[in-house]
Design a protein around this ligand. Structure first.
Ligand code: ACM
Ligand code: ZN
Length: 527
């Protein structure tokens, strides 16, 4: 048996002959910092081996804090005669040592040779984003993602909780957001209605499940764009009090929140206040991406706000809105994160973290922005958007992409990276698994493993063990023939992807823009 770990540890040595077997008689000893790790290990032994550990024998697993200095999330795993010992820099380090041990126990069917591993992460922010707005993923499905994130040593789950196609967290102060906004009459996959949202109890359970796995949750409410589900619930949030239904198809919608009315700010502040009661983590995501300004250009409230604030353009009005929402989040002691579309958004306070996702901002511009004091999370879409077909972003592309740019003066400004599973084409867990794995393994090697450990051939050699691990957990994935498609399937995959543009090819938006423009310009003239 060839033992291997994904993400690749900093140093790993293994012997050949088994000298330690974890049986139900094994003692699992831990100090208080090792409690989480022990609980996770016991659950794993139950799930994967139907084993309940009794702890009366000679073999033992020891989980404890290191006595000497060690990186926070670092650990050392030593397997020798009769014992496996994990020491960590903090409880998180011990927890990651156990994640490594779990992979090895699966490979050795509970028997291990002499092993010595020294390990610690490259970046502090190692994220995965789940879009539960397009399609709702149940609480149980989120648990599955969290368990797999832990196995990959990822520590930030970003939940994209709202979009044009759905609002997914119950907020009592604005209850119609879920009563109306969580339901759409049909989706891109046929004429069946789709709905679902998390209750407060669900969120509490998700947060607790994540905390037990050393994962912070970053909740996102996306505005002022991507907000049709909110407008469907409360039409007064839009520029012309338009009565819309929750979006059924995809693409950038032209109806966005009216940022001229003060009542919109009251609304969004109350949404974030209630959200922050539910999610205790430091980072709160305010969205902010893809905001067309054509409604604002016609709207008397937005025009007036632009004048009053002395803003040059409607793009500046976008920045003004983001700045106010971010300041509100910060006034509650949290840190705001936003998608970054363009260098124009520079005027947003430096304390707001930018999630870099598209190519409108070059890497040089991002570095200049980091050097002027802003923190970044890297989610470049061509490598880290897991919904893209393998025909566009194959496994190797995802593996090879470097989430690090030249010329950053303070390296800690680059917090790390996040890969994103957008939901537009992901209606089921089977599809989610297919899109996510094995790319999540490749991504984990970029954010956890040291840069000099990058070796795609070596990574491919570990996939047999990796796939066996996914099989053990009943997780769907793309086999290598799909993850690295041949020329013909690449072409087919690209065509299938481009086809989606036909759904929202702009015709509907064009007609709608024309109607709005005529309706409101004519009304204005009559007055
Ligand atoms: C995004 O992909 N619109 C953040
Ligand atoms: Zn307006």
């Amino acid at each position: 048996m060839k033992f291997s770990v994904i993400p690749e540890p900093l140093q790993m040595e293994t012997g050949a002959e088994p000298l330690f077997t974890l049986t139900r008689l094994c003692e699992i000893e831990c100090d208080s910092a090792g409690e989480k790790a022990k609980k996770n290990l016991l659950k794993f032994l139950g799930d994967a081996f139907s084993m309940e550990v009794l702890g009366t024998g000679r073999e033992r697993v020891v989980l404890r804090l290191s006595e000497e200095a060690m990186p926070d999330e670092g650990y050392r795993l030593t397997v020798r005669d009769h014992e496996a010992v994990i020491v960590g820099g903090t409880e998180r380090g011990i927890f990651y040592g156990v994640q490594t041990l779990k992979q090895l126990l699966l490979q050795g069917e509970l028997s291990l040779p002499r092993i010595r591993i020294e390990d610690s992460p490259r970046f502090p922010y190692r994220g995965f984003m789940l879009d539960c707005a397009r399609y709702f993923f149940t609480k149980e499905a989120v648990f599955v993602f969290l368990e797999m994130m832990a196995m990959h040593k990822l520590n930030k789950l970003h939940l994209h909780l709202s979009d044009d196609q759905g609002f997914r967290v119950m907020l009592e102060d604005n209850i119609l957001l879920t009563e109306i906004g969580s339901y759409r009459s049909h989706t891109n996959f046929g004429k069946v209605p789709h709905s679902g949202f998390y209750t407060k109890q669900d969120i509490r359970e998700i947060v607790a499940f994540a905390q037990e796995r050393c994962i912070d949750i970053i909740p996102e409410i996306d505005s002022p764009g991507h907000s049709v589900s909110m407008i469907a619930a409360y039409p007064q949030l839009s520029c012309f009090d338009r009565e819309l239904t929750v979006a059924t198809g995809w693409g950038i919608k032209h109806d966005v929140l009216c940022v001229g009315k003060e009542s919109t700010y009251d609304f969004i502040f109350s949404v974030f206040d209630e959200l922050m009661e539910l999610f205790p983590g430091e980072l709160i995501h305010l969205g902010g991406d893809e905001v067309p300004t054509m409604r604002w250009e016609l709207c008397p409230h937005c025009r007036k706000k632009k004048e009053e604030m002395g803003l040059q353009s409607f793009a500046d009005l976008h920045t003004y809105y983001l700045g106010r929402v971010a300041a509100h989040i910060e006034s509650r002691g949290r840190k705001a994160v936003m998608w970054n579309d363009r260098p124009k958004e520079k005027n947003v306070s430096k304390s707001v973290v930018w999630q870099l996702w598209n190519s409108e901002m070059s890497h040089e511009e991002a570095v200049a922005e980091m050097n002027s004091g802003r923190d970044f999370i890297i989610s470049c879409s061509d490598a880290y958007y897991l919904d893209l077909p393998y025909a566009l972003t194959d496994l190797q592309t995802c593996y090879e992409f470097e989430p690090a740019f030249e010329g950053i003066r303070e390296p800690s400004r680059l917090m790390g990276a996040e890969c994103c599973l957008w939901g537009e084409y992901v209606p089921t867990m089977a599809k989610a698994g297919y899109c996510t794995y094995p790319r999540l393994g490749a991504f984990a090697e970029r954010v956890w493993s040291a840069a000099e450990k990058k070796d795609y051939t070596h990574f491919c050699g570990k996939l047999e063990n990796y796939y066996a691990m996914l099989d053990c957990f009943g997780i769907d994935y793309a086999k290598m023939s799909r993850a690295m498609p041949g020329a013909l399937s690449r072409m087919g995959g690209r065509l299938y992807w481009e086809r989606r543009k036909l759904h929202w090819g702009g015709l509907h938006n064009l007609i709608d823009d024309f109607t709005v423009k005529n309706k409101y310009t004519i009304k204005e003239k009559k007055q």
